[in-house]
Write a protein that binds this ligand. Structure first.
Ligand SMILES: [Zn+2]
Ligand SMILES: [Zn+2]
Length: 350
């Protein structure tokens, strides 16, 4: 089968012929329908973020597909349409048993710990697969983005205990942030979206964001004042804001930290290698919380999928499918920020 492989960090991606393996007792073989391109893939490729498995490695961790073969334990899944969690926990360790399976140290992340989904088939652990009951007008490849772009902010929102009437501020409305906005609105929160790209802000204005602010255009004090004024108009408290940093950019982190106020919660969803300087004592003074959140535990996937199939959030305006044979070129365009929507690669090799 063909697969898009990283041979050496920074080197051009290659489409290689690789052998498709037989699943072991605890594994499944998934015929990939679609695999979304995430900035984490670009990080492994271009930014020197190390992969757990050595190179060459097939990238891609945002997979939907059909189980075509399975080991003895998961035979009942053969023929089923599934979403493969981006992070697959072991289910046995103390972290898993303590409800923190998303950071299980024995976790398997396709396209990082094991070969990933930019291929015709993905061999993965059968544990935690999210079975798709009804697609509600979606094509199977389109649902791939639930594996990461939807579930990652979903877990962040659940962890932040976001509730109806809360003020949610989403910093960075790219691949992940657009869904963070929609999910927060689906939870009944009033949502402010902040970005430096007017086109991205326009896209979420119709999908959950009650206020959009371009932080590149605004002076920070004015920005905070504008949000405070809008919060008041909505009847939200001037404290207890829930802030979601989804940009993974140093500037976005500055904005998110700067918006902390009394009893606020800042969820760090985006990733950057860059270091910033923050006055940590603001947390003490504001009695505020900063919390990181990594991926999403598989137990939450069915709820996130249901938000999509119930029509509470929409994927269609934020995704674009491409033939996987054009994958290296598409990934270059994603790296160059030439594709606004989440790119999904669909295997097109006969
Ligand atoms: Zn990702
Ligand atoms: Zn575990």
């Amino acid at each position: 089968m063909k697969a898009i492989q990283l041979l050496e960090a920074g080197a051009p991606l290659a489409i290689n012929d690789v052998a498709a393996s037989e699943p072991g007792a605890e594994e499944v073989l998934v015929r990939v329908a679609g695999c979304g391109v995430c900035h984490t893939d670009i990080g492994f490729w271009k930014d020197g973020v190390p992969t757990k498995k050595g190179l060459p490695l097939t990238l891609g961790h945002e997979v939907s597909g059909v189980v075509t073969a399975a080991g003895s334990r998961y035979e009942h899944l053969v023929g089923r349409e599934v979403i493969v969690p981006a992070v697959i926990p072991c289910g046995e360790c103390e972290l898993c048993k303590g409800g923190r399976g998303n950071i299980c140290r024995s976790q398997m992340m396709p396209g990082n710990d094991i070969d990933g989904g930019f291929a015709e088939y993905l061999l993965a652990p059968g544990r935690g697969l999210c079975e798709i009951e009804g697609k509600a007008g979606y094509e199977l490849p389109e649902l791939s983005v639930i594996a990461d772009a939807v579930t990652t902010p979903y877990q962040a929102i659940v962890r932040a205990a976001l509730g109806a009437g809360d003020l949610a501020i989403v910093v960075g409305v790219g691949g992940v942030g657009t869904y963070c906005v929609q999910i927060a609105a689906a939870f009944g929160a009033h949502v402010v979206a902040i970005d430096i790209d007017d086109r991205k802000l326009a896209a979420v204005a119709d999908h959950g964001a009650g206020l959009t602010v371009n932080s590149a255009a605004a002076d920070f004090k004015a920005l905070k004042k504008q949000i405070g004024g809008q919060a008041k108009e909505w009847g939200c408290a001037a404290h207890s804001w829930k802030i979601f940093e989804c940009s993974g950019q140093p500037g976005g982190q500055d904005t998110a930290f700067g918006l902390l106020t009394y009893a606020s919660t800042l969820m760090v969803v985006g990733f950057t290698l860059a270091k910033r300087e923050f006055r940590l004592s603001n947390l003490m003074a504001f009695d505020a919380t900063v919390q990181g959140t990594w991926g999403c535990k598989p137990e939450l996937y069915p709820e996130a999928l249901k938000l999509v199939t119930d029509g509470k959030i929409t994927l269609k305006p934020f995704i674009q499918t491409f033939p996987m044979s054009e994958g290296p070129n598409v990934m270059q365009r994603v790296a160059d920020h030439e594709i606004d929507k989440r790119a999904i690669l669909m295997p097109d090799w006969a």
